[in-house]
Design a protein around this ligand. Structure first.
Ligand code: ADP
Ligand code: MG
Length: 682
């Protein structure tokens, strides 16, 4: 298409609609459709429906009351209807005169004495104006660009595109196989759908023409992501052979037996490690499913082959906790474990960095401090990232690039996520990775009872805590982030802390929050783990990974404002031992319908996957992942939830096209994913 297809004035307006190219304009699909192809009889029309009628104006008058009104009565052979205009121009009074015949389109309402339409569209009947033969598209538009002009511009673009054959199909065989129409046919039909279509299907984007466009976009997404996935294989990584002797020497000292799925996922990881190209695997499993030990067992294999491992956690508390656990596990094997976190003194950091450089430290556990410039590994061959579901594709690629040995070998990458990722998301946002799933909890875990309490029942809760503490158990009191205000969160936590201190003896209650120094946090966590502190008031810093099996009660404040997956994660901090656990979710009265629905979901479900699906439905993918910019450019036509069936097909077809190295893949990506070019690897 010629570059200067739009006038400068059009270009400015179109830009407001995110339309930069002709193809963008062709993809600017109607928000909905109106059926102006038929006329209904007034006696048959029902309130709530959008319909078209035709009749003669039998009365038109302006009412002057507190609000000026233009009232028009229209009659057809079957009955009469009122048209009401609250805002009107003088010209409308001249158009809507008694005796003239008009066609009216609008929503039917019932007022007390007759049927009525408020601000309907209308047209005077002239000899030559026939009913449209296609449904009328209604477009999202912007000030200064009328429906009519936008419509005209779109049909002009379609004509031009057809004339120049600009948008022919790149993969005709695939569309044929999937029974999908040609691209331009689909686009044309979407912008002016014939009466054969069902209008409901059109409005739900379920017609075959919409399906073609949705599929096409998903195919582009999959070609991009699966392309990244397959492309990894051209990079080099250290192949790591699995040694069963080493594995056995570890598990013989382990305090528990592995679950079947822990064994399976370990095997999947170790199979990847054998390759001479980098692994990129996501290990996902519900909270408490035991992912850490799986990662550590893989790490042991790498270390015993003579290479280093980095293990990154999202928070210092979690890094410290992993550190003490891993040290305890690996000491008998003579493996040196090191901790590197941001809050360490510079001199201590330096010592660790030196050990990493010389290869003296074999596994380093830390926060993102691990991946700063000052840290260079002697022979890093695996890095593990815990709780990483918030990372986007781009960040993943960047991390991958930053971790070479000798500028030649990339490290293998293992990521873990306790937020179960619904299948639709793992197929889209995570399609560049392999996925292993642990879908069971270790045996003997208690099902957590969840209770919903309104704010007013705080007294009862204190008694309940007392009971638990007298039984030797411990409790968490969580004050989550409220409206993104850390100060407010801290205030709530501090108030709760002092209330609890008054009620219980002083030394039994601890407080831990994000503003504390890491050493302070650690000492409190230690006391809680050691059962010195019985009740721990915490901000959401404990959200991920903290492990205290003796804690059996959790109170969560303001639960109605939290994401479901986050609530589920928090709840997963209890029910880790043999004793029965209870989670009390406090909510403010006057819940909205959505909040009610959300709490109901968390109350009724214990399965993280189910909760994640619901959460995704309520919040959408961006927010679900905790990222606005996911690294995967947004989809314009497709909706991964609604269109998951097409997503499956697209993934399969993309893999096939990549395998056969289809020469048009680049063209298809360029057509659909203009922002992918900037994003794609250098
Ligand atoms: P998550 O998957 O949430 O990261 P963790 O790795 O923290 O879970 O494991 C939770 C707890 O379960 C830890 O105390 C861990 O040592 C323990 N654990 C892991 N695997 C098993 C198992 N097979 N049997 C019993 N306990 C296990
Ligand atoms: Mg974990």
């Amino acid at each position: 298409m010629p570059k200067s297809f739009f006038t400068p004035a059009q270009t400015t307006k179109l830009r407001k609609l995110q339309i930069g190219t002709v193809f963008d304009l062709l993809l600017h699909f109607p928000a909905r459709y109106q059926d102006e192809t038929k006329i209904e009889l007034i006696k048959n029309i029902l309130p709530g429906n959008f319909v078209q009628i035709r009749g003669i104006i039998i009365q038109a008058k302006v009412n002057y009351g507190p609000r000026k009104n233009l009232m028009v009565t229209v009659e057809d052979s079957s009955g009469i209807i009122q048209l009401r205009f609250i805002n009107f121009y003088p010209s409308q009074i001249r158009e809507l005169t008694e005796g003239s015949e008009i066609r009216v389109f609008g929503e039917v309402k019932n007022n007390s004495y007759s049927k009525e339409m408020i601000h309907p569209q209308y047209k005077a009947i002239k000899e030559d104006n026939q009913l449209p033969q296609t449904y009328t598209p209604i477009y999202p538009t912007t000030a200064g660009l009328s429906q009519k002009n936008l419509c005209k511009l779109i049909s002009k673009s379609i004509e031009k595109a057809l004339e120049l054959n600009s948008y022919y199909d790149y993969f005709p065989d695939v569309y044929f196989k999937r029974n999908l129409p040609q691209l331009m046919d689909a686009i044309k039909e979407i912008h002016s759908p014939s009466k054969e279509n069902e209008i409901d299907l059109l409005n739900q984007k379920k017609t075959i023409n919409f399906q073609r466009m949705i599929y096409d976009e998903l195919l582009a997404q999959q070609l991009y992501l699966r392309g990244l996935y397959h492309q990894k294989k051209i990079h080099k990584a250290m192949p790591i052979q699995f040694s069963d002797d080493i594995h056995q020497s570890f598990i013989k000292n382990l305090e528990f037996n592995l679950t079947g799925q822990q064994e399976i996922t370990l095997r999947e990881i170790c199979n990847d490690l054998k390759n001479n190209y980098p692994m990129s695997r996501l290990l996902q499993g519900d909270v408490g499913s035991g992912k850490t030990v799986v990662a550590v067992m893989a790490a042991i294999q790498v270390i015993k082959s003579g290479f280093q491992v980095a293990f990154m956690a999202p928070t210092e508390i979690l890094a410290e906790q992993h550190f003490s656990k891993v040290k305890q596990w690996l000491a008998p094997l003579g493996i040196s474990v090191e901790l590197l976190i941001g809050s360490m003194t510079p001199s201590n950091k330096k010592i660790i960095q030196e050990k990493i450089k010389t290869g003296e430290s074999q596994i380093v556990i830390g926060t993102h401090a691990l991946f700063q410039d000052a840290v260079s590994f002697k022979s890093l061959a695996l890095y593990i990232i815990d709780e990483q579901h918030r990372f986007g594709v781009e960040q993943r690629i960047k991390l991958r690039k930053n971790n070479f040995i000798d500028q030649q070998y990339e490290a293998h990458q293992l990521m873990m996520s306790a937020t179960p990722i619904p299948r639709t998301l793992s197929m889209s946002y995570f399609a560049d990775m392999d996925i292993s799933i642990i879908n069971e909890l270790p045996p003997g875990r208690q099902i957590i009872t969840t209770k919903l309490f309104s704010e007013s029942r705080r007294k009862e809760i204190l008694e309940k805590i007392n009971q638990e503490v007298n039984n030797g158990s411990q409790a968490y009191w969580v004050c989550p982030l409220i409206e993104e205000s850390e100060t407010l969160q801290l205030e709530t936590a501090e108030n709760t802390h002092s209330t609890l201190k008054e009620y219980f003896s002083q030394h039994q209650v601890g407080l831990v929050h994000g503003r504390m120094k890491s050493s302070e946090k650690e000492s409190i966590m230690k006391k809680f783990k050691g059962n010195e502190i019985k009740i721990l008031v915490a901000t959401t810093v404990i959200e991920v990974g903290v492990d205290v099996p003796n804690a059996t009660l959790m109170i969560i404040e303001n639960s109605e404002r939290m994401g479901l997956s986050q609530l589920h994660q928090l709840r997963g901090r209890i029910g880790r031992g043999a004793k029965k656990s209870v989670c009390i979710m406090l909510y403010q009265k006057k819940l909205s319908a959505v909040a009610k629905q959300r709490l109901k979901t968390i109350y009724e479900n214990n399965d993280g996957f189910k909760i994640a699906e619901e959460d995704l439905k309520i919040r959408g993918p961006g927010e679900f992942l905790g990222i606005k910019q996911s690294g995967v450019p947004g989809l314009r036509v497709a909706d991964i939830q609604r269109d998951h069936a097409l997503l499956e097909l697209a993934k399969k077809d993309a893999d096939d096209l990549i395998k056969e190295r289809h020469p048009s893949i680049g063209n298809h990506l360029e057509r659909w994913l203009k922002n992918y070019q900037e994003n794609s690897r250098a």
